[in-house]
Write a protein that binds this ligand. Sequence first.
Ligand SMILES: [Zn+2]
Length: 902
Amino acid sequence: MLKKCAHLLSSLLISFVYFFSLAANSTEKMWPGSEYSPSIPTFKDVLGYDVGERITNYGDMLRYFEALERSAPKQIKLFEYGRTWEGRKLIYAAIGNRDVIANLDGFADKMQKLSDPRITDKSTAKALIAQLPSSVWLGYGVHGNEISSTDAAMMTAYHLLAAPNEATNRKILKNTLVFIDPLQNPDGRTRFTSRYYATVGMQHSDDRLSAEHNEPWPSGRSNHYLFDMNRDWLAITQPETAGRIRAMNHYRPLVVIDLHEMGGDSSYYFSPAAQPFNPHMTKNQIDNMTTIGKNHGKHFDRYGFDYFTREVFDAFYPGYGDSWPVFYGASASTYEVSSSRGELFKKRTGETLTYKNTVQRHFVASISTAEGVADNHNKLLNDYYNYQTSAIKAGKNSKERVYILPNKRNIAGNHRLATLMAQHGVEVKQANSDFKQCGKSYQAGAYFIDTAQPKGRFVRTTFTQQVDMSSAFVKEQERRRARKLDDEIYDVTGWSLPLMFDVDIDSCSKAVKVANHLIESNDKLIGKVINPNATVAYLIPWGDMAAGRFLTAALQQNITLKSADKAFTLEDNQKFTAGTLIIEKRSNDDDLATKIIEIAKNTGAQVQGVNSSWVTQGPSFGSSNTVTMSAPKIAMAWDNPVSSLSAGNTRFVIERQFNYPVTAIRTQTLKSADLSNYQVLILPSGDYKEILGVSGADNIKQWVKRGGVLITLGRATQFAAEHDIALLDVKRERAFQAQEDDKSKATKAVKEVEGESMVDGQLFSTKDELVSASENTKEKPDFVAGVLANIEVDQEHWLTAGVHKSLTAIAYGSDIYTPIKLASGKNLAWFTDAENVLASGYLWAENKKQLAYKPYLIHQPMGRGMVIAFTQEPTTRAYLDGLNVMLMNTIFRAAAHARPLK
Ligand SMILES: [Zn+2]
């Protein structure tokens, strides 16, 4: 309490210095010198409290924006851009002068023209620039527990509408259109606000130990499916991301800001960003953010706010809210304010940070951004147009000018990638007839993308196999690593979409000339049933997600079906892959054909009806090398100690990409629960040792022995492999150390004898010996921030039936495992040789060597059931679509192969 009073006193003092002449209510203190019109409703008018006094919940935020729109419909317009998984409306507001607001479609239309120099020449562009306002998109609260930005969004809207004559506002409203997306993650914020206020007692605690400052699992950061939506801009898996991308592609705001919060002991962060920058960004884009950052510096100095720039938060991965917009030509940045994560927070310095403090900083940065955009109106519009021109030129000059997707294998994956790129606003074309390009022949149906288009750089950065960090940055990281310092790599360094989606691509330096049509983002994959009146069976070749979704639909409609463990050939010489689904007429109802046609239509699967079951090679339909599939009940661990990202991603992939339900069970419950109702249990990544322990592991082990399928992902595999848990017969490896290493000589000399507190003396003659003597002798392999790695897949095992022989997975962290011995099980997928293991990104040389030929997917039979271990996570960000068939096999084919007593 004392601290709070001291704070009030100091802010009174500041207000005395700066604006003693005003009636200093707290709204006015937000931007001193403003006079607010009473016709625009304040926080207090609508919500009953002043700005920053409470953490506004989602419903009240909506109510406030609706009140603003009612009071000034000519200056602000609200739009719904989607619904969250939990059904909440997502909105943005457009604020500007009457002329612009009256004709937003006209504005969007002009921006579209300015975006394409192929239809808009320089003089037309000049005329457009003379008419267009500049524009800024302010995105708030993508991480739902980073709370202050939403109240800052409300304050920003109020301030612009209620004080149009304040000098800065006048500048902004004259030539700039301000978009405000006040809450990008309503589901996450609701999780935070409801639990925070449910936990508060007689007074708000500023103690970081207090319950209200420590969210239970899962925190409000993520959305309903526990995604970090600030990583979702590449694969657009979540409806919130899809809606934002649609809106941004429509208006093309020139500057985009994503507002966040960081730890409470910090200050404020804005642009310029940290190294490394994505090399496909232009200097102008980076410079514009520095200009705007400088403007903040001016205001922050005036208010006495601490800040920093450049040291963290890089701009390398193109799937952040502040990097995706750069690839249509915007300048973009992240802002971070130290969080009070509640109404009060005591910093380590002893100062009390109030919620209002944090709201004000984001609000000031918001207005300062809009001011920077207004001040640079002409430059930003010109830069935007020139960006498009240079993007087309860069595409024309590139050796990888055109990417071609032959579309002969993994048809569903090709379709997903082609429509995803269309959703990004990329022109994707599909050939209407066969053609030749760069000496190769392609069939009608091949997709191609010419990077000589405005979004060409986005295509480059997401399709090319390798995007390099600057060599100076890499050199510095290697230096730090050599000195045993942590590296400064912030996020994954590889994200090539064709690799991640298991889609073959070629590139060519020349434009493709063939009759074609443009792909739309909502184009459906067309399913097909050949010979729908088949008399014997329907066959669905296995190997892509259309067949995968066919399987889950068929299982849920109680269709009786089998799957072949091996490839087979029919008498007419038609070949079918291992894993092919076999649906026999004799074991199903009379309306089978109707159901098959309907499912094929909905899933895009290719179905072949056959009138004979005569097989000339491989297993016949009645062979013991076919298995009857049944609809497994799937359980997964949920709640601490599971990584919420891994839990959410995994549940999402199964529920929304496989279209199959999952029961989430709290980890604590798994310890003693009777699991006999379930056929499959998935442990997402997490450190289970403490919560499950030996007795919990034993409960799971007994269930596996009775016929259960246990699947462990990422760090859950560590748990399974612990020696006293013994669910999996492999071990984790320490970092490889060469035997006769000079460096270790010095350390070898000193033998520590147990029970003695002194050791024999040693002599150092170089600093290296000091360094080496202070090293731990038993270290883990160096940590990897996340790269794409090549894996090879066993082609002869039923568990990997139909899975492509080579795939791309993520390698993250420092987990490397010994192979399982044949006596215990089989290694069914493994990392490739050291030379080729890195598919994309930056991987330490030692890790490459040690990762080579180490297991990725392990199968260990146990009693009537089995344990299946992924040594890395196959569901990261739900953007490794290429691993989905393998993951489906581990669930559905494994359940079919388990032998519980029925
Ligand atoms: Zn954040």
